[in-house]
Design a protein around this ligand. Sequence first.
Ligand SMILES: [Zn+2]
Ligand SMILES: [Zn+2]
Length: 504
Amino acid sequence: MEFIETGRISDHEKLKKEVPLGLLELLSIPGVGPKKAKLFYERLGVKSIGDLEEAARKGMLAGLPGVGAKTEEKILKGILLWRKSRERRSLGRILPLAQEIINRLKESPSVRRISPAGSLRRMKDTVKDLDILVVSTEPMDVMERFVSFPFVMEVLGMGPTKSSILTKDAFQIDLRVVPEESFGAALQYFTGSKNHNIHLRQIAVKRGLKVSEYGVFKESSNEKIAGYTEEEVYEALGLVWIPPELREDRGEIEAALEGRLPKLLELSDIKGDLHIHSKWSDGAHTVEELIQKAIEKGYKYIAITDHSKSLGVARGLDEERLLSQIEEIRSIQQRYNSIKIFAGIEVDILQDGSLDLPNEILSKLDIVIASVHSGFNMSQEEMTHRICKALSNPYVDILGHPTGRLLEERNGYPVDIMTVIQKAREEGVALEINAYPQRLDLNDVNAKIAKESGVKLAINTDAHTFGQLDFMVFGVATARRGWIEKEDVINAWEVDELIKWLNS
Ligand SMILES: [Zn+2]
Ligand SMILES: [Zn+2]
């Protein structure tokens, strides 16, 4: 799991034995391990990130045993990053919350239409706040329900058209009640993005029109010509409706004008999941349990891809155990004909770019994902070289979570992603969009570049439990934001097509 891959749990365990519990938050700061946290506590009385920041600003860290000016600088930078990342919440955390709120508000018989707006509707990987729009015959009834939800910490404001609350997690949610005849215009306006809307307004001006949250109006007569639905707002501007995920002013308006918007990938296009961990390493379920679950989900194929031996904490497989697992998968396959089970591995890319298992054994597998899980501390040049070397191994099919980022936690390792994309194209390796909500790696922008470079993608959940198999929705959202279509995604293909690609 993520914890194992980051080593965070073992750090926590170590620290818990040595220092008071309050210090655990210090481990959120890159560059502060259990030893340093203990040192700062004992020498300087540092008990919180605030204390740590103050001490670092005063230059009190440098000079302690094993701590130089560089480390102090790194810690200060880490604190800034930690603060910044706290501001935005991952889509994986906020989407379920939004769904819950909407479901609860729908219980009010006065609610006629309701939708999230803002960056959540655009399915951005992280969101700063949440906007919900509603049409209701009894606005105050909806508002009262909203501000009395159990997760509300503070009501920032409440009125018949807008109420704002902070959740117990200090996350702001705004609920707006809008007139039914402007719902489409309001939804368009509050969905954004800002840049997308600025560009739309420029188009409107050229056509002698005005766009606002109330509708599209003729500049000359103020006559309202659209606003009830989003579709008619776009149509009034001479455009087809643009899916929210594309609304970043990254060329979607031009594409809509020219009738060449992509036909975006849908969740229902996904035919299998090619990155799943079983009990053989750090997953929670047996191979057979996973297969039954995949059949329930309607998948045509799955790949079992456990960790390799160098990830000892995750009980990574050595040659012998991997051979036994392949044998088990082949024998289980004989009992299932509705689903293809690929025997795979998520093999570690070692520091020098070689793989954690020899080619002789990789050749026995159907699918090989290569991933970096450790040794992040190298230069961009070294890391790029390391990954490209792994991609040149003829048995590697997919590069797992290509940048190693963990949203709300850490940036990726330094890597020249353009060079990696080029290398993937040359070697015919697919890049993963890891659907784990903290990863969403590749991100939207890089996925778009990969597609434009002719690189195929794989959208995988990296599930360690049944529930995590549902993360696929986040990966598909990221792909859609990257303009990805069905044919770009190897696990949206029919099984024969995929097998052909794997063998080529
Ligand atoms: Zn991994
Ligand atoms: Zn994995």
